[in-house]
Design a protein around this ligand. Structure first.
Ligand code: PEP
Ligand code: MG
Length: 537
């Protein structure tokens, strides 16, 4: 047995096979000098791609139905697109390596598709990129991430948001990463999925690959490769106890979150995609306090269309019914990067063009999102909030854009409900300006992950700064108190949607400060409700 340590981000015990996720190596081999040989390589890779897609199609058709599998069929048809094949052959004749020709022509065609007016054809640009990447990967000897059958513990150096979004959630029993931090998005996803997970662990990827059974103790942060009998017995006992604890919380299901003195708090869920709304309902959430809508933009090659966004928001609104849903507008930037927006590489992305700053400088990105939210408002109880606000003028400018979009939709006769506009408070500037901002915002939701990072000047992603990332820091507590007080005085509600919202050590403190909403991973709701109901505040 080998063992080690990591930083636990969600409690629980997981025991099972380990699967190691390695990032794709994309070094393109140089052309061999003979176009005929390169062409042969391309043709053979194309056939391998066809075999892979056929297998994928069969699996998807069986598990998800033929209509969902149709997307793969489209990609298979593209493998025979004569224009694409001719372009590749021409590039190879010009001296390009087969893998490079596949990628370059894929990109060229993708851009042509993306520029078309037809929504269906626009969406095909992602498909052509995808098959070109597949062919190129085959030619580079890069098998990609081979998804195993059944459940497993996923071990990786690190996982970016766009990688986690593509993972098969129902198969993953735990995450174990060597990098990451407790407020990184892998940790957030682990909490959403209620799975024990470790970041900053000292496990070697080779070690994980070599073991038959990996066990993770999300209470202590320990991992065990091929645990011995005694350890296994200890872990199984813990697992049973954790299940019993969860069972004990069931008495709080369906109960109101009210303190002994009658103070009411709304306990909401943080979600990333529409499907998470089902988990929120299953966890007895009283609403959605944060929909991280940027997850609709990750793991793809083109901007989602207004209609795609509309369908996603409508679905969340419908699933949640009368319960409030707060949709955060796109918070791309910093650790959540997408290639297709054409954003420059930045020296310091956490302080760069991110969050609302993108929306204010790229109206063509903001407008479809707001149109989709307003259109979806007819199907639920939706609010919207902006991330990364630092100045009052930013909020005013964003509200003006919203008013324009709303007026446009009204003129089109689109049915809409009132959509309150609030903001996230996650920069020290916004915290300090809370009184001013409260005059313009319908509510505040505090993003403690970023507010901690920016207040303490400590990168939330940097694994080496663990002890310095102190969410209990007195400076942060002072800001949190000021934010709630400013909101209460202005008569607007204030909530917390950063990871601290679920911290049992702070629940009472937040109630005393005057917060009336806490939003968290769905799995934390019943435990927090118990604390609220037992509180005298
Ligand atoms: C936060 O910063 O606390 C927050 C909720 O937003 P995110 O974690 O998505 O940056
Ligand atoms: Mg944030």
């Amino acid at each position: 047995m080998k063992q080690g340590l990591g930083l636990p981000v969600f409690p629980g015990v997981a025991i099972g096979p380990a699967v190691v996720y390695r990032k794709a190596q994309r070094t393109i081999p140089v052309a061999c000098g003979d176009p005929a040989v390169e062409q042969k390589k391309f043709d053979s890779a194309r056939e391998t791609a066809r075999e892979q897609l056929t297998a994928l199609y069969n699996k998807a058709a069986q598990e998800l139905g033929e209509d969902k599998a149709a997307i793969i069929e489209v990609q298979m048809l593209m493998l025979d697109d004569l224009d694409y094949l001719e372009a590749v052959t021409a590039a190879i004749q010009d001296g390009a390596a087969a893998a490079q020709a596949a990628l370059d022509c894929g990109e060229e065609f993708a851009q042509v598709f993306a520029a078309l007016d037809d929504e269906y054809m626009k969406a095909r640009s992602a498909d052509i990129r995808d098959i070109s990447q597949r062919i190129s990967d085959i030619l580079c000897g890069n098998a990609g991430f081979q998804l195993p059958e059944g459940s497993f513990l996923l071990v990786a150096e690190d996982l970016g948001p766009s990688e986690t979004i593509q993972l098969p959630r129902d198969q993953i029993m735990a995450f174990v990463t060597r990098q990451g931090s407790s407020s990184s998005h892998t940790a957030i996803l682990a909490r959403t999925l209620n799975i024990p997970s470790l970041v900053q662990s000292d496990i070697a990827l080779e070690e994980a690959e070599a073991c038959k059974v990996l066990a993770v103790d999300g209470f202590t942060g320990k991992w065990y490769a091929d645990p011995d009998e005694e350890t296994m017995a200890m872990l199984l006992k813990k697992k049973e106890e954790a299940a019993a604890d969860r069972e004990a919380l069931e008495v709080y299901r369906g109960k109101e979150s009210v303190t002994k003195s009658g103070r009411k708090v709304l306990l909401c869920a943080n979600i990333g995609c529409p499907e998470d709304a089902e988990a929120a309902v299953a966890a007895d959430a009283e609403g959605v306090g944060l929909m991280r809508s940027e997850f609709l933009y990750l793991g793809r090659d083109t901007l989602p269309t207004e209609d795609e966004l509309f369908e996603a928001y409508k679905k969340v609104g419908e699933i949640m019914g009368d319960r409030p849903v707060v949709i955060r507008t796109l918070d791309i930037g910093a650790d959540k990067q997408v290639s297709y927006m054409g954003l420059d590489k930045e020296e310091n992305p956490a302080l760069g063009l991110r969050g609302l700053r993108i929306c204010l400088t790229r109206e063509e990105i903001f407008r479809p999102q707001m149109r989709a939210i307003y259109r979806a408002s007819a199907y639920g109880n939706l609010s919207v909030m902006f991330p990364m606000v630092a100045s009052v003028w930013e909020l005013k400018a964003a509200k003006e854009l919203c008013a324009k979009v709303r007026a446009e939709l009204e003129a089109e006769g689109v049915p809409m409900k009132e959509v309150p506009i609030g903001i996230m408070i996650e920069t020290p500037a916004a915290a300090v300006l809370a009184q001013e901002l409260a005059k313009e915002a319908a509510f505040f939701s505090v993003g403690t992950n970023d507010l901690t990072q920016y207040t303490l000047a400590v990168d939330r992603q940097n694994a080496k700064l663990g002890d310095f990332y102190d969410p209990y820091h007195p400076a942060l507590m002072a800001l949190l108190g000021h934010i709630a007080k400013s909101a209460n005085e202005a008569g607007i509600w204030a909530g917390i949607c950063g990871e601290l919202g679920a911290d049992p050590k702070l629940t009472e403190t937040f109630l005393k400060m005057g917060y009336t909403e806490l939003s968290m991973a769905p799995g934390r709701i019943l435990g927090t409700r118990r604390l609220v109901c037992e509180s005298e505040v």
